[in-house]
Design a protein around this ligand. Structure first.
Ligand code: NDP
Length: 239
């Protein structure tokens, strides 16, 4: 039984479907795009697994933690949490308002913390917490990333500390850092795409499946001795 936050589109949707393909029943959260959520539900059910689409805003503390409880109750337990929901707000330091700072930290950090806390309370041995960070935590390629990178870097500390906190209970925590990946947040034909692709060793954007496959590896039994680790899935952006 798995919960993917922000699973209606992009990396989260690919991860939710891939987890189902590996045999998991999957709940996922979304906020705005009900049609996209319904589509993901259909794709999971077509694989013969149970699917649960939960409208829950990670920016809201009660909804962020509550989604974990709703998922665990709806599916009958929780083995895997994928903290994927995130917002990508980039911009010059002087342009960032207090509201911007609060919003980004609420979704990208506080919501992840609260979901992890709620999931840890429900998970048994073999539990998995996988968090989606960013290549910006490894290398900031230019200006405009202060707020986003601040939030994503907090997830590295959270992951290492969770690994220590939960290791004795047989629960692992890891963080995956995507490079530029073709999604609605960062389209491969967007205005800044060419420069991003050029910063990778492979010279191209990644696909959502290329990130989902690493997340799903970390969710499986093969990754039983992997915890507190960072995984770059970034085409060599940090190389
Ligand atoms: P998308 O914007 O394409 O998709 C975001 C998903 O998260 C949607 O399903 C959206 O649902 C959901 N979502 C957004 N805000 C919230 C919220 N407040 N609460 C719950 N769900 C929410 O993003 P990506 O797939 O590109 O990104 C996924 C993760 O990967 C993010 O954490 C991002 O920071 C990270 N990342 C992405 C990179 C990229 O190049 N794409 C690079 C590095 C990291 P809906 O709109 O339906 O509400």
């Amino acid at each position: 039984m798995a919960l993917v936050t922000g699973g209606s589109r992009g990396i989260g949707a690919a991860t939710a479907v891939r987890l189902a393909r590996e045999g998991a029943d999957v709940a996922f959260t979304y906020v705005r795009d009900k049609d996209a959520a319904d589509d993901v539900v259909g794709r999971i059910r077509a694989l013969g697994r149970r699917a649960l689409a939960l409208r829950a805003d990670s920016a809201d503390p009660a909804e962020a933690a509550g989604a974990v409880d709703r998922a665990a109750e709806g599916l009958g337990g929780l083995d895997v949490l994928v903290n994927n929901a995130g917002i990508g707000l980039l911009g010059p330091l002087e342009s960032l308002s207090l509201a911007d700072i609060d919003r980004v930290l609420a979704v990208n950090v506080r919501g992840v913390f609260l979901a992890s806390q709620a999931a840890a309370a429900r998970m048994g041995r073999g539990g998995r917490i996988i968090t989606v960070g960013s290549c910006m935590t490894q290398r900031v390629p230019g200006p405009g990333g202060t707020l986003y990178t601040t939030g994503k870097s907090a997830l590295v500390g959270l992951t290492k500390a969770l690994a220590r906190e939960l290791g004795a209970r047989g629960i692992t925590a890891n963080v995956v850092h995507p490079g530029p990946v073709d999604t609605d947040m960062n389209p491969a034909d967007g205005p800044y795409a060419e420069g991003q692709a050029a910063m990778t060793a492979l010279g191209r954007f990644g696909t959502v499946e290329e990130v989902a496959s690493v997340v799903v590896y970390l969710a499986g039994v093969d990754a039983g001795y992997v915890t507190g680790a960072e995984f770059s899935v970034d085409g060599g952006h940090a190389a």
